[in-house]
Design a protein around this ligand. Structure first.
Ligand SMILES: N[C@@H](CCC(=O)N[C@@H](CS)C(=O)NCC(=O)O)C(=O)O
Length: 324
């Protein structure tokens, strides 16, 4: 784990000394968009770097799959282990080396885009072959580009019929995302990376208050924004699927498991069983990454064998109405 300072790699853990032990996530640095003059939509031009362990990268992978952009946007998958060199490429199971920049480490992709880059080296990253640079490294924005940025191309590229951010639901989706991001997606990290008891307890209470709220919402309606699946659901899904295998133990999010919330558990199963989604979930990468990489949290690097999950089991969500 580390970061780049003026283009030089430094091996450093997060600094929580100035925030009362609280983990504060840094803003992403590359914020251009597909559709800008410099970055027009084109099949075969863009490349996505992900980790299968990372919940933020997982969003991008899911939307790429659901929008059938796999032939149009190529992919690299980093190794799950992230130690003193940060994210690395390898040919271990489930990994795909960097065929675009030929990098050994993800930080080399960042310095290829900007030689004097200062900041964290995170995934996902959307790379442009033509300009030889990073378009964007913020998953919330990358999924929006995938959702609509390639729809006009025609020629059988993508799946223009699917809209995960429909106009009529945007205000609602944005409001849900805000709460889910702060207290759930990022909330589990705030618990796990807290370095004071107070910071941990504050994040823990906010996390479970938000999960209780989502549980109540899912008792009344099938999906977060009503009766159809939207990006808000996929953004929650990537945290839920990691919750019982990783966050309960490793990040001490242990008031209860997702399996103990009837609506969340069945909702998680339904989303997992959407065609194409199970292929994007790699528990070896997920568990291996957190337990083996965060040596400050888990010094032995031992990966727990459990828990048994039941993501393939029948769900009961058909009792609630879904849009045709
Ligand atoms: N806001 C970013 C966050 C991405 C992020 O933090 N990714 C993690 C992996 S789960 C990472 O690469 N961390 C490396 C680091 O912080 O040094 C996004 O949503 O794209």
């Amino acid at each position: 784990m580390g970061l780049l300072v003026d283009g030089k790699w430094q091996d450093k853990w997060y600094d929580t000394s100035k925030s009362g032990g609280r983990f504060v996530r840094q803003d992403s640095a590359f914020r251009d968009s597909i559709g800008d003059d410099r970055f027009p939509a084109e099949a075969g031009r863009y490349h996505l770097y992900v980790s299968l362990a990372c919940p933020w990268a997982h969003r991008a992978l899911i939307v790429r799959r659901l929008k059938r952009l796999e032939d149009a946007i190529s992919l690299s998958v980093v190794d799950w282990l992230m130690l003193e060199n940060g994210w690395e490429f390898s040919d271990r199971p489930g990994c795909i080396p960097d065929t675009v920049n030929g990098a050994d480490y993800m930080h080399q992709v960042y310095t290829a885009a900007q030689p004097d880059y200062t900041g964290r080296v995170t995934v996902p990253v959307l790379w442009d072959r033509k300009e030889g640079t990073i378009v964007n490294n913020e998953s919330a924005e990358i999924i929006r580009m995938f959702n609509s940025g390639f729809d006009h191309l025609g020629g059988g590229i993508g799946n223009p019929q699917l809209d995960l951010y429909p106009k009529a639901l945007r205000a609602e989706i944005d409001a849900i995302n805000e709460r889910v991001y702060n207290d759930i997606n990022n909330g589990v990290y705030k618990c796990g990376f807290a370095t004071t008891q107070e910071a941990y307890e504050e994040a823990f209470d906010a996390l479970f208050a938000a999960l209780d709220e989502v549980e109540a919402r899912l008792a009344r309606q099938r999906y977060l924004a009503g009766n159809r699946i939207t990006e808000a659901d996929w953004r929650l899904f990537t945290t839920l699927v990691r919750f019982d295998p990783v966050y309960v133990g490793h990040f001490k999010c242990n008031r209860q498991r997702i399996a103990d919330y009837p609506n969340l558990q069945n909702y998680l199963r339904e989303l997992y069983q959407v065609p194409g989604i199970a292929d994007t979930v790699n528990l070896r990468h997920i568990k291996g990454h957190y337990y083996e990489s965060h040596r400050g949290v888990n010094p032995t690097g031992i990966v727990p064998k459990g828990p048994a999950l039941s993501l393939d089991s029948p769900h009961d969500r058909d009792r609630l109405k879904a849009a045709a």
